[in-house]
Design a protein around this ligand. Structure first.
Ligand code: ATP
Ligand code: MG
Length: 335
């Protein structure tokens, strides 16, 4: 067998059951004729990596993989970016322009942060998904294409449908093949496997020889909830390579934010019940302890409701608005 050269940007690392299942699904979806795939995962869980892997394992691999972030492009430009335009179709359209959809014919288009796509464009996308045809801006005739769309989101799209931000028909269309990437905190020992992976990667990149991570530091990483998921872990490891000279990762290399969270968490019990409130309050500062407790309650309610905020709010007997407000206050979501 030939020597395999590690490619640190391509491999989906993980042995947790949920990741093995995900890997199987990726392989199946890649080989399938599915024209649309939806990837759901919190920020930093690996949505971009999964999208690229699907493309790489598919028969489309020799064609283009076009990546477009719906949040980064002003919605006024998005349509022409995707579909292209005819010469003179609007002020400034001095030449005919080929859009991503045409350029990626035979390949894959990755629509990141799909929730941010404008409703009118969502309708045009749906029509393309149904008919495999689209119209350049200002064109009379439609053009046929064969592309696979992979859409990604870190928002629960069903809530977005309910609040009128996302078209229901497009939602159901995308939902046909949907992959869910679990948050890092739910992948157990994979946290250490990924740590090892990033240490190997940065040893090569920085010409260092960090041997590994101490048991105490491992314990801390296993307990930390990783709100920024795999990206947060990777950034942490790189930071240690830049700032520290030791050849082992030690607890004192970890930022205060991580140490504090883990220390606060150790004083609470995972399932929040009325009895633990006093215990939590006695062992840590009042504000930190109550914030921690509120966070746990919300997390438990969300998880029981399968991340449906409406249901979680109902279970907590507060309004959905109040739930959102609390989540923003507690740093559990962006404003
Ligand atoms: N299972 C994994 N194995 C190896 N590397 C991973 C894994 N998951 C994520 N990564 C790496 O972590 C970083 C973040 O992943 P990625 O950008 O795909 O996340 P994302 O879900 O798209 O994030 P965002 O929501 O912020 O766009 C990338 O460098 C990616 O290669
Ligand atoms: Mg991404």
């Amino acid at each position: 067998m030939g020597q395999r050269v590690a490619d640190y940007s391509r491999e989906l690392i993980g042995e947790h059951g949920s990741i093995q299942t995900l890997r199987d699904l990726i392989a199946r979806v890649a080989r399938s004729p599915a024209r649309t795939v939806l990837i759901y995962g919190e920020t930093g869980t690996g949505k971009g990596l999964v999208a690229r892997t699907i493309h790489r394992l598919s028969s489309r691999t020799s064609q283009e993989f076009a990546d477009i972030n719906c949040a980064a492009i002003p919605s006024s430009l998005m349509e022409s970016e995707l579909f292209g335009h005819e010469k003179g179709s609007f002020t400034g359209a001095v030449e005919r322009k080929i859009g991503l959809v045409e350029a990626a014919n035979g390949g894959t288009i990755f629509l990141d942060e799909i929730r941010e796509m404008e409703l009118t464009l969502q309708a045009k996308l749906l029509s393309l998904l149904d008919s495999h045809q689209f119209r350049r801006v200002g064109a009379v005739r439609s053009t046929k294409v064969d592309v696979r769309f992979i859409a990604a989101t870190n928002k629960v799209l069903l809530s977005e449908v309910r609040s009128g931000h996302f078209r229901e028909d497009l939602y159901y269309r995308l939902q046909v093949v949907a992959l869910n990437i679990p948050p890092l905190r739910e992948r157990g020992e994979d946290i250490l496997l990924l740590t090892r992976h990033f240490i190997d990667k940065y040893n090569v990149q920085y010409g260092r020889n960090i041997r590994g991570i101490s048991d105490e530091a491992s314990e801390i990483l296993l307990k930390y909830p990783w709100p920024g998921n795999v990206r947060e872990l990777e950034n942490l490891i790189e930071r240690i390579f830049i700032l520290e000279d030791d050849n082992e990762v030690l607890p004192r290399h970890l930022p205060d934010r991580i140490l504090r969270t883990v220390r606060a968490g150790a004083r609470t019990v995972p399932a929040p019940t009325a009895e633990v409130t006093s215990e939590v309050g006695l062992n840590s500062g009042f504000y930190e302890a109550t914030a921690q407790f509120q966070k746990q309650l919300i997390e438990a309610a969300l998880s029981a409701a399968d991340n449906n905020q409406q249901e979680a709010a109902a279970a907590l007997q507060i309004s959905r608005h109040a739930l959102r407000h609390q989540m923003i206050k507690l740093g559990m979501r962006d404003a």
